[in-house]
Design a protein around this ligand. Structure first.
Ligand code: UGA
Length: 438
């Protein structure tokens, strides 16, 4: 049997994870306009840190995965073309579709002279209506027609950074949006042969698939803002612990256990952007969502809850050395986009603090923002030694293992634990945990 040929355009977390997964089963070509990334990937080097990706990348390359920086005839000759480019927001908070428009235009140009009929699959997160109202007209330039010259599906992705491979290998659902049954079947067959186990594949139309993606992220963001509100209440109530409350309410199957970990607020390249884009989109079609605005505002003010805990415990911040433990927006990634740590660092610097940033993976990315305004270390001991306060921002495993003796090297052993990963009993240590009332 001839192996199906698949192109994946845009090699961020979503595109690369899919490429290295499908790459061991099909003939896959990864496309990205960034030449440096392509060169590194061709040598089996991922340009971002993600657990297990190196292993899958090397395995897929052995199986024939190749990379290119151009959308050309070779790409158009593929059976399936996944589009996984980034869809950031512009300065007004609305979705910026310039990457996906440029890619669609390049596909159309090459498709105009092609003989085959590829299935184009939009995996990027796009605001409702984009596939049919924005992408389709671009693809239909040069007298091309959907169904005759190409098929167009919407297939949102739900993987998380830090567990991208695990989520790609075992997705909780596969949503395929489209109107052409043959095209839906073609993509379904690809997924069926890629996965050993039977998958939960659901079919719908393009716009519903687009809404599902935003609804999914907005709901998860709502859960986090909700539990952060409860954490802030617990903070003022002696003998309460937000984790205990989350554990028990999570036993109600109508609520569920996941995404109820209170913290400094959600960050990353998805929730802040997607909640904002949905707010703007809803406004533009005549609906102002009080709930989504509250989710967003609760999240952006959570940084103040963390700052208050720091200020309550160090009276005069000026000149104090503060260790920030965890720079990445979550554990198991080097990504610092919208990381609350960077916001805390900026506020501490404004207050005259000397900041030392610690993170197992995200130091290089943080240095790009703060340069020599702060110091950096990969050694937890160095971060803690002589500091006046340490703030645990990211729940890396390394921080869960912190012992009392590690903390006693501080000038004044004050730990603000925004993720409740440690528990110190020593009377000489001041531990303040977000969401635990004392
Ligand atoms: C999120 C979604 O979880 C994915 O399903 C989705 O595919 C992805 O966005 C996307 O749209 O691309 P991601 O942002 O990578 O994934 O990571 P999450 O694990 O969702 O964490 C997001 C933020 O929420 C982090 O800052 C994390 O620390 C915070 N969080 C998460 C909490 O504060 N509490 C929780 O209980 C869970």
């Amino acid at each position: 049997m001839i192996k199906k040929k698949i192109a994946i355009i845009g090699l961020g977390y979503v595109g690369l994870s899919l490429a290295v997964f499908l790459g061991s089963k099909f003939k896959v070509i990864g496309v990205d306009s960034n030449k440096n990334r392509i060169t590194a990937l061709g040598k089996g080097i991922s340009y971002f840190y993600e657990p297990k990706i190196k292993f899958y990348l090397k395995r897929a390359i052995k199986n024939g995965l190749t990379f290119t920086d151009k959308i050309d005839r070779e790409i158009i000759s593929c059976d399936i073309i996944f589009v996984t480019v980034g869809t950031p927001i512009d300065k007004f908070g609305s979705i910026d579709l310039s990457n996906i428009k440029a890619v669609s235009s390049d596909i159309a140009k090459n498709l105009a002279n092609a003989k085959n009929k590829p299935t184009i699959v939009i995996k990027s997160t796009v605001i409702p209506g984009t596939t049919l109202q924005v992408i389709k007209p671009i693809l239909e330039k040069y007298d091309l027609k959907e169904s005759e010259d190409f098929d167009l599906l919407t297939n949102p992705e739900f993987l998380r950074e830090g567990s991208a491979m695990q989520d790609t290998i075992a997705p909780h659902v596969i949503v395929i949006g489209g109107s052409n049954q043959k095209a839906i079947q073609k993509l379904t067959d690809i997924y069926k042969s890629a996965y050993k186990k039977k998958q939960n594949i659901v079919e719908t139309n393009n716009i519903t698939a687009e809404v599902i993606k935003y609804a999914n992220n907005a709901f998860l963001a709502t859960k986090i803002s909700f539990i952060n509100s409860i954490a802030n209440i617990c903070q003022k109530l002696p003998d309460t612990n937000v984790d205990k409350i989350a554990e028990i309410i999570g036993m109600d199957p109508r609520i569920g256990r996941q995404f109820l970990k209170a913290g400094p607020g959600y960050g990353g390249s998805c929730f802040p952007k997607d909640v904002q884009a949905l707010i703007n989109f809803a406004h533009n079609i005549g609906y102002d969502s009080v709930l989504l605005n509250a989710v967003k505002n609760t999240n952006s003010s959570q940084v103040n809850a963390v700052m208050s805990l720091i200020k309550q415990n160090i009276k005069n911040l000026n000149g104090k050395k503060v260790a920030i433990l965890g720079l990445a927006f979550k554990e198991n990634t080097d990504d610092i986009r919208e990381s609350v740590s960077t916001k805390i660092i900026s506020l501490l610097l404004k207050n005259g603090c000397k900041v030392c940033g610690h993170d197992p993976k995200a130091i290089d990315n943080t240095r790009i923002i703060f340069g020599n305004k702060i110091t950096y270390t990969k050694s937890l001991k160095d971060a803690l030694t002589d500091s006046d306060c340490a703030v645990i921002m990211t729940p890396w495993q390394e921080y869960r293992n912190i012992k009392e003796k590690d903390v006693l090297v501080m000038k004044s052993p004050i730990i603000i634990d925004t993720r409740r990963v440690i528990s110190m009993k020593n009377k000489d240590i001041t531990q303040v945990s977000l969401g635990i009332g004392k």
